[in-house]
Design a protein around this ligand. Structure first.
Ligand code: NAD
Length: 479
């Protein structure tokens, strides 16, 4: 499969004619090539976006909304094809791509197509001064959207949809590891009637194509989802140009379980929150903290369930975990198992690479549960982003809070308890952008999404995203 850049509504080769291999994680085989784009390709995309901006930013909200809804409908009618493509590119089970990734991409477009028609700005009657102040929310212009590999189309569209709805033109870059569904989105944009140049998709490495987007002096806002160190680098690059930044970064999320919770629901959801998408979701609860009174029971029940998970062929509907996204990523995750052993942690389940019959070259790994005695170890402090969770006991609410908050990250936290007062107390004090109580990853697209501390800056979702992608201008009118 030959992937091309999508610029000015057309599919074109990178100007340097250089290409990168694209791998199928399920079998480790190269199955396509992607452009190794550079600054010159970004410049071409910028010029096409610039030419399109005047028309798009002046298109009526009804028309913008109609086109975005059409994109949403086309994503839905191509569900099967896109889900298979996402699975082949990323290694995730087809069933997961079909039930989560692709429907969510369609929802992103539908949601922001509607949200923009409800996006109001403020006005104030400046009493006693014979003046009215009102605020215009204007599109920023040309914006950059850069996304990671774990939820490829889901997160790509989570940025693009609000950017377009707000009247911006976009230069977007998917991860070089998972470019295919972004490539397929180009055709869908054309079919939906999105004017040429409004959306441009550049493929290639972060250090060249991504860096060129961030360095471009006239791309005034960057919405980035990815690793914390990449986010820090982007912030340093963008700072002298005073770009608007939204940074959605890594996590090391606590999953705090009290003895008074609804046990069966907690257990099933904890298996999911630990290993969904091979544990490669920024929101996965990778540090499981369990009240001492139920610790031994939880440990036995959880490990038994984890041992029953089926790892293998992503196209098999019974598969729970597919392949990890790439060989380097698998090696990185396995490296953390070695670190855990060095730190005398106890591997309760898993810990090894797996060879699956007929998929021998694939990047498979056993879902892994590690018992730790301290929160200071590597596997409790560093983001592993794979099918690896740690468990440890706590004795009191205060200790649970202290353990939960003791990492540099602050993306999400999950709390399992039926005690209302404790829920209110702890939710307030947890250092996390999102707190789930007695559930996990239930999303309402109207809510703000993002992290504290090293998990990011800014919020996406709902009107927060539309605020990010618009420039507020105050107009003071004296009468
Ligand atoms: P990454 O930081 O390596 O790459 C993310 C994207 O940035 C890719 O498209 C990459 O090509 C690009 N990039 C890399 N260097 C760049 C540079 N110098 N300039 C511009 N762009 C550059 O992250 P990844 O490995 O693809 O994704 C995994 C990470 O993403 C994890 O840390 C995970 O927690 C995080 N993540 C966060 C969220 C969230 O919402 N907070 C969601 C999903 C994933």
């Amino acid at each position: 499969m030959k992937i091309q850049n999508y610029i000015n509504g057309e599919f074109i080769n990178p100007l340097n004619d250089q290409w990168l291999d694209n791998y199928n994680p399920a079998n480790g085989q190269v199955y396509g090539s992607i452009p190794n784009s550079t600054k010159a390709d970004v410049e071409l995309a910028y010029n096409s976006a610039k030419n399109a901006f005047n028309q798009w930013s002046n298109t009526t909200l009804e028309e913008r909304s109609r086109i975005l809804i059409k994109i949403s409908e086309l994503l839905e009618s191509n569900l099967e094809k896109l889900a298979k493509a996402e699975s082949k590119d990323n290694g995730k089970p087809v069933a997961l791509a079909k039930s989560v990734d692709i429907p969510r991409a369609a929802s992103n477009f539908r949601f922001f197509a509607n949200a923009i028609t409800q996006f109001a700005s403020e006005s104030h009657d400046s009493t006693g001064q014979n003046a009215i102040n009102y605020t215009l929310r204007q599109p920023i212009g040309i914006v950059g959207c850069i996304s990671p590999w774990n939820l490829p189309l889901y997160l790509f569209t989570w940025k693009i949809a609000p950017a377009l709805a707000a009247g911006n033109c976009v230069i977007a870059k998917p991860s070089e590891v998972t470019p295919v569904t972004a490539f397929l989105l180009g055709d869908i944009c054309n079919e939906a009637g999105l004017p040429k140049g409004v959306m441009n998709i550049i493929h290639g490495l972060g250090t060249s194509a991504g860096q060129a987007i961030v360095e471009h002096p006239d791309i005034k806002a960057i919405s980035f989802t990815g690793g914390t160190s990449t986010g820090a680098h982007i912030a340093r690059t963008a700072a002298p140009m005073f770009k608007k930044l939204s940074l959605e970064l890594g996590g090391k999320n606590p999953n705090i379980i009290f003895g008074d919770c609804d046990y069966e629901n907690m257990l099933d959801t904890t298996v999911r929150s630990s290993f969904a998408n091979q544990g490669q979701i920024c929101l996965c609860g990778s540090r499981i903290l369990v009240e001492s009174s139920i610790y031994e029971q939880f440990k036995a029940d959880f490990v038994a369930k984890v041992k029953n998970l089926k790892v293998g062929d992503p196209s098999d509907p019974n598969t729970n975990l597919g392949a990890l996204v790439s060989k380097p990523h698998l090696e990185k995750v396995l490296g953390y198992i070695d670190k855990a052993k060095d730190e005398n942690a106890t591997i309760l389940s898993g810990g090894n690479q797996l060879s699956i019959p007929n998929f021998e070259g694939g990047y498979y790994m056993e879902p892994t549960v590690i018992e730790v005695s301290s929160n200071d170890c590597n596997i409790n402090q560093e983001e592993i982003f794979g099918p690896v969770v740690s468990i440890m006991p706590f004795d009191s609410e205060e200790q649970a809070l202290s353990l939960a908050n003791s990492t540099k990250y602050g993306l999400s936290a999950t709390l399992w308890t039926n005690n209302l007062k404790r829920t209110l107390r702890m939710s307030k004090r947890l250092e996390a952008g999102i707190v789930w109580v007695n559930t996990w990853m239930m999303r309402d697209l109207r809510t703000p999404f993002g992290g504290m501390k090293d998990s990011g800056v800014g919020r996406e979702g709902g009107f927060e995203a539309l605020r990010f992608f618009t420039e507020p201008k105050n107009i003071c009118l004296k009468y």
